[in-house]
Design a protein around this ligand. Sequence first.
Ligand code: SF4
Length: 234
Amino acid sequence: MEGQLVRLSVSDIGGIALKSFCSRCFWLKKKTKNQLPYRVPPPGIFANIESYMKKIVVNRVKNHTVGDLIKELENTEKLVNSDNKIYEKFFPELNCYIFGMPDSIFSNIDNSFSIAEFKAARFTSAQMDMINQYELQLQAYAMLVRDYQIKPISKLLLVYFEPHISDSDIDVRSQEGDTISLDFSPFVHSVKQNDFEVYSLLKTAVSIIQSDEPPQPSISCRDCNSLNNIIKNF
Ligand code: SF4
């Protein structure tokens, strides 16, 4: 299927940076338009929390108080992307579009721009594999939005909102009230732009999708072999 038009989301490209990436799974997902059985949808609560955090950050930018919360955003002026705005870029030599929707793009007082993604999670070693994916996504967004005259980009930021859970908080909040609140504080991970890395993973993705045959199963996953064993028993 060499030469067929390919459309890839920014999260497709980010997924290739995961250690657990399996080219066979990627090929199958693209061939079935993401309709594989036995999918476990991600819990919606995190998306709600991240959207809530984003709204607060955007309001803090409007109120010129964001620097007290996130120092790296202290020189921002305003949000420049609207919700649900999809950015895309065509790579004619690969016959491939990539598209994506960044959480937030801010203009800065020095006429540059910052792109920030918000995550409700702790920045821990357990998150490291996911961080590779998120870094790639931010780098891909930077490539996309430059075609919309959103440039130069001075900062790519992964903003982790980490929950505070302490015994004293539990004691205080166990006393009264009809709601339970949990404080979050930001931890910022800055990411460098890297068009070369994005482009190289994009080429990998296109070559997997354009293959006529499914790639070999990942050696770290036994599910394909288990499925073959089930099928043999019918
Ligand atoms: S080896 Fe595992 S990850 Fe790869 S296609 Fe099979 S089930 Fe999916």
